[in-house]
Design a protein around this ligand. Structure first.
Ligand SMILES: Cc1cc2nc3c(=O)[nH]c(=O)nc-3n(C[C@H](O)[C@H](O)[C@H](O)COP(=O)(O)O)c2cc1C
Length: 368
């Protein structure tokens, strides 16, 4: 499938940066999921551009629920959300319209869509489309919360500044919901912001690492081979533009450990099997083991920078020089965090529905 993700809970996203609107359709989500509009707004707000560390393009990102919701509950039929593009300035792109931005998808999109793509503001490849993904993920999160499954993402590292690690998952996951610059240590967050602004002043951009935790995930979810829990989450996470790597638990560091250091020893605590450590990131054999599912993903520096760079004209094939105008994020990491949370929620909802059925998240019901 092309712009659709999922097997039981399927999410399709559509739209372009400078088109009239973007949106998402969720099909297969249980009926009777109560939408928590405070949570949905908090996720949309966290992704929205704000302040010196974000693009100057500001959108209100109001979601119009045009189908699949009645009296604040999902109906179980396709749930369609539209988000208008209001603050569009296509003129910013006219001078460089046919110059492939280094690091962006202009050249690869040309190869796939043969010039028919809408390249304005990055078109369908723009970070703008992640507003629709965030909305879809927030709806899925409402379903997960019914099952006490909570998700959050923080900036583990940005431009060389490191946040502290999770110490109390539940409390910290809850506190991250309201943060627009999602760090556990706010002082480290201020230093990250200073680095982002410094890079912007140098006509440049920076990247970093996001860390996501899913708690309350029941053991036994995932498939042993192709549709492993890591595989499906990774599939979803790599849909977020700008993500270039992912690792679960101790990740690449396992390569340097002894088995005795890496193994997570199971222990029965009051009748519940848990593990003394979580180097596996909550997944063994592609299947959840009941520990927090923890992963980190690498977010690249924003490709559109104002520095002079070499490029190629995608119409003529000639070498050229590009100096990018327009409004861009000097770092995307803080805005990508709620998007990674969103795609994780979609992936987890889909995996749980595959395991337990598409009524899994239904609450109550009336009549027969
Ligand atoms: C929330 C968000 C905002 C983004 N903002 C910008 C931006 O302002 N300028 C830009 O060049 N890229 C931005 N990106 C990244 C590009 O969309 C992405 O690098 C591009 O589509 C190419 O995809 P790739 O990096 O996965 O190869 C943003 C990504 C996200 C997730």
């Amino acid at each position: 499938m092309k712009n659709t993700f999922g097997t039981c809970v399927c999410v399709t996203i559509f739209g372009e940066s400078h088109g009239s609107c973007i949106g998402a359709v969720i099909d297969g989500l249980s009926p009777g999921v109560k939408l928590d509009f405070d949570l949905i707004n908090a996720r949309m707000n966290a992704r929205r551009a704000k302040g010196e560390v974000s693009t100057k393009r500001h959108e209100d990102d109001k979601i119009d629920f045009v189908s699949g919701v009645k009296n604040g509950f999902t109906t179980g039929t396709p749930l369609t959300m539209l988000i208008e593009n209001k603050n569009v300035r296509s003129g910013d792109y006219s001078k460089t319209e046919f110059l492939a931005r280094p690091g962006h998808a202009d050249f690869s999109a040309q190869c796939k869509y043969h010039g028919f793509q809408d390249g304005r503001g990055g078109g369908h490849f723009s970070g703008r489309v992640t507003a629709a993904l965030t909305a879809a993920g927030a709806v899925c999160e409402c379903a997960l919360i019914n099952k006490n499954i909570l998700i959050a993402t923080h900036i583990a590292n940005c431009a060389g500044v490191t946040d502290r690690v999770f110490s109390d998952y539940e409390a910290e996951i809850k506190s991250l919901v309201r943060k627009v610059f999602p760090v556990l240590d706010d002082e480290a967050g201020e230093r990250m912001k200073a680095k982002i602004i410094k890079a912007k002043d140098n006509l440049d951009s920076v990247g970093g690492v996001l860390e996501t935790a899913v708690i309350g995930m029941p053991a036994g979810v995932g498939e042993p081979w192709f549709d492993t829990l890591e595989g499906i989450i990774s599939h979803a996470v790599f849909s977020v533009p700008g993500i270039k790597g992912i690792e679960f638990g101790a990740g690449f560091a396992v390569a340097g450990l002894f088995g005795s250091e890496n193994n997570d020893e199971p222990v029965n605590k009051d009748g519940i099997v848990t593990h003394l450590t979580n180097n596996a990131g909550g997944i063994n054999g592609g299947i959840s083991n009941g520990m927090p599912v923890v992963f980190r993903c690498a977010v690249k520096p924003t490709p559109s920078i104002a520095k002079r760079q070499n490029t190629v004209n995608i119409l003529t094939g000639e070498n050229d020089i590009i100096e990018i105008q327009g409004r861009h994020d000097p770092a995307i990491i803080h805005r990508a965090a709620p998007v990674v949370t969103a795609v994780t929620a979609i992936a987890v909802c889909d995996m749980l529905s595959q395991r337990y059925g598409t009524d899994y998240f239904s609450v109550g019901g009336v009549g027969l």
